[in-house]
Design a protein around this ligand. Sequence first.
Ligand code: PMV
Length: 348
Amino acid sequence: NTLTSGSASWSSPSNIALVKYWGKKEHQIPENPSISFTLDACKTITEIKFEKREGDQSTFSFEVFLDDMPKPDFHPKIETFFNRIEAYLPFLKEFHFTIHTQNTFPHSSGIASSASGMSALALCLMSIEKQLNPKLSDSDFIQKASFLARLGSGSACRSLEGDLVVWGAHPEIEGSNDLFGVKYPYKVHDNFKNYQDTILLVDKGEKQVSSTIGHNLMHGHPFAKQRFDQAVGNISKIKNILESGDLEAFIALVESEALTLHAMMMTSMPYFILMKPNTLEIINKIWSFRQETGLPISFTLDAGANVHVLYPEKDADQILEFIKSQLVAYCQNGHYICDKIGFGAKQS
Ligand code: PMV
């Protein structure tokens, strides 16, 4: 074909799992289904410029910039990603790519940029695919982009749409499958509209244990089977909760999921702990505040020390006041991010 150069640009958000993905098979196939809130403010904006190459096309050719600065340390991850997806995007070696990327959240915030970053990159590559193959339908586009994003970072396949996304086959969720994320297909109670997520940045350092290593430690883990079964059960439970709007049940399920994720880390061999003392201080403060006020505040965690504080929009004034006066003191340099449920990636 005749396409010789062009560009593509997408912004894609981060997401926070309610029922967690922890443990995978080969080819980024999850051991259990998961469901997440898509975020709004925390996102990656990526632009790819592409140009037809002359001569040797035996290797990939790309350069990558973060905030306009060359980022050679991103190369191995992108190289691995390109190797995994080349079978599905045969044009990859025909072009030279210049990739410019930036995050709306600070780079060293301890917020994983892999979900937003890999989904933005996958979407840009799909936009090139679409320029080569204009007949591609919108639904095939988004499915394939999620499929590719999964091969970059599992949870990235849940970042393309909103406001809730399921990834991993579950008998009670129509369309759910292991290969790509699907928008949650059922009605959601108004209690969860505009649900808020204030992210408390407890530790902005690099994780001591990568999620790749963590997932792999679920192989032969003494509690693996119970955990995977529990996650399947929790997807069934959360389906009822999302429909009924039962906030008490929501809190119990989401907090249990967060602590179970960390319990898996503490009970693997080798074992490790990603929470910090301030993570526990915050959790205890949240529990006391909830007991005193009866307000539906809860927390979740991802694979790190930061705490995601979740609450309904209608209680935002009171809860934000509590967060600012009682919790921000436990954040590194007092840093936190006010986010909420979002609606997925956008072409820019
Ligand atoms: O997408 P990965 O491989 O970085 O794994 C992320 C796993 C958790 O964030 C801990 C849970 C989840 O479901 O997002």
